[in-house]
Ligand binder design. Structure first.
Ligand code: 16C
Length: 214
């Protein structure tokens, strides 16, 4: 769904970054879906997805996580994660159990542009991580990244100055039980922009001196 239709409201804006939400409640629980767009120079979509997907970098950029464990490695590009998130007062602490899958998808709309890289995180169940003390949230998150390359000047190789990455981040989280609506909306209005700015800057810093990963 494009943000020009269906009741999307802009709630945060910073440079190239725009964040939209729709107000949705399920059984009195706030489940507002989020859609964010951002444009970042100097990195590729593959690099963005690599750092978002790989467990070894999670604590470097993910400020909401208190504990994280890979409960199953299905394949090199599909993992099952269990995460315990930081508690938000006055609600009970939340955890999340989800499969995470990264892949390159063909770009049928624009044959001249590079392929699109995506990571999708989606709630699941697993025998080794039953529901315990935390309330289990239910989520679907998708990071979609497209790389654009400005042609370098003659006889020059493509450098990071020639790269632009267009990011779309969508998330739909059901907190899984009671949580005060005003606290929830205040938390996500603060935390989503913080996450996207921090994560994209992290990938820029990590890749700056490395060869380009297309
Ligand atoms: O997509 C993101 N991260 C991925 C890897 O971790 C993955 C995880 C998504 C789950 C995010 C749920 C976080 C809710 C935990 C409670 C908030 C803690 C705040 C701590 C403050 C220091 O896909 C990036 C995720 C960016 C999340 C931004 C925060 C969204 C808040 C939504 C509120 C939900 C329920 C809160 C219940 C009281």
């Amino acid at each position: 769904m494009g943000v020009g239709e269906g009741g999307w409201q802009l709630f945060a804006e910073d440079g190239e970054m725009r964040m939209y939400r729709r107000e949705v409640e399920e059984g009195g629980i706030v489940c507002d879906p989020l859609k964010a767009v951002h444009t970042v120079k100097g990195v590729t979509g593959h690099e963005m997805c690599h750092y978002f997907f790989s467990p070894e970098y999670r604590f470097d950029w993910e400020a909401t996580v208190e504990n994280m464990k890979v409960v199953e490695e299905i394949s090199s590009n599909t993992l099952i994660f269990h995460q315990i998130h930081k508690r938000v007062w006055p609600a009970t602490q939340r955890d999340a159990l989800f499969w995470s899958h990264m892949r390159q998808v063909p770009n049928d709309e624009d044959k001249d542009a590079h392929d699109i890289w995506i990571v999708c995180n989606n709630s699941t169940e697993h025998e080794s991580a039953p529901v315990g003390k935390c309330v289990r949230l239910v989520m679907t998150v998708c990071l979609v990244c497209q790389t654009f390359v400005d042609p370098p000047t003659e006889n020059k190789e493509i450098s990071r100055e020639n790269l632009t990455c267009r990011i779309t981040y969508c998330s739909s989280i059901n907190p899984g039980g009671w949580a005060p609506a005003s606290v929830l909306r205040a938390v996500y209005k603060r935390e989503y922009p913080k996450f996207l700015k921090r994560f994209t800057q992290y990938v820029k810093d990590m890749t700056e001196k490395k060869p380009i990963m297309f």
